[in-house]
Design a protein around this ligand. Structure first.
Ligand code: SAM
Length: 277
């Protein structure tokens, strides 16, 4: 019979944030696959757990997944841990989970710390609906394209970011998304835990270097793309709106249908208008 794959969350700073269940599973499994074995060894030593460790990081994820599946098929129970927080969240994990599912092996999540969840719930920004984006690209062009894509997203936006990239990321956010409320949740669960709140421009004006690990929580757009378009259409003549949709490749029939919908008017009125022209 196959073993089980346990996805075990570990602390994001404060060692007290490991669950009793996580400790029990780490003691019981046959081996632990860790993003950085030296880092995980410190955690295991602290909790007096002695277990065979195998490395499992981004660059060896594919090959390691095959080996781990073989071990699971041979009946071994394996725990996956990352350096901090929940495996698979901007950390290795996704690949092995896919392989394990394909091979009909059982997966057991062991919940615990996750930086973005704790940043979000403490942010004061809407928690109703949100998009987690992980790390933005280090390449300026790609970063800007992603932000452009998110411009009209009304859900709360969540990013991970490295301190040395923060300034450029904030500048791009200000340029593309506008001056929104933002919260920098810094050094969560650690001694210097801090929430820096304000408009993007205010954070940028503060010249003090922001150090440590942090999560960015950004309020969503106050208007969706559709609402922005409808506002724009209100200031357009029917001909201008017709041209707008024509330039977007819509047929005559589709344009009239769309204008009718946008303006909440009778279809025949719009047909008649263009017939009379
Ligand atoms: N798997 C982790 C999780 O569950 O949150 C995330 C790992 S990701 C490689 C590391 C990023 O998470 C950091 O660059 C930072 O953005 C965020 N992070 C991790 N620990 C944090 C902490 N204690 N305070 C603030 N942000 C943290």
């Amino acid at each position: 019979m196959s073993g089980k794959l346990y996805l075990v969350a570990t602390p994001i700073g404060n060692l007290e944030d490991i669950t009793l269940r996580a400790l029990r599973i780490l003691k019981e499994v046959d081996m632990i696959a860790a993003e950085d074995t030296r880092h995980t060894l410190k955690l295991l030593n602290y909790f007096e757990i002695s277990k065979p460790l195998i490395s499992y990081y981004k660059q060896n994820e594919s090959t390691r997944s095959v080996e781990l599946v073989e071990k699971l098929q041979a009946g071994k129970n394996i725990a996956i841990v990352s350096d901090a927080g929940t495996p698979g969240i901007s950390d290795p994990g996704e690949q092995i989970v896919k392989s394990v599912i394909e091979n009909g092996i059982e997966i057991v999540p062991i919940p615990g710390a996750c930086a973005f969840v704790n940043a979000l719930i403490s942010s004061g920004i809407s928690t109703k609906e949100f998009c987690f984006l992980g790390f933005l690209s280090a390449m300026k062009k790609e970063r800007k394209e992603k932000l452009q894509e998110l411009k009209y997203e009304t859900k709360t936006l969540i990013f991970y970011e490295a301190p040395h990239k923060l300034n450029n990321t904030l500048k791009d956010m200000l340029e593309i998304l506008g001056d929104r409320e933002i919260v920098l949740a810094r050094e969560l669960t650690k001694i210097h835990e801090e929430f820096i709140r304000g408009k993007i421009s205010e954070i940028l004006e503060n010249k003090e270097e922001i150090r440590g690990e942090f999560v960015l929580i950004l309020e969503g757009s106050c208007e969706s793309k559709r609402e922005m378009e409808l506002k724009k259409f209100n200031c357009m003549t029917l001909e201008e709106q017709y041209e707008f949709y024509k330039n977007h490749g819509l047929s005559k029939k589709e344009i009239i249908k769309q204008i009718t919908k946008d303006r909440g008017v009778n279809k025949n009125e719009i047909y008649q208008y263009f017939l009379d022209k």
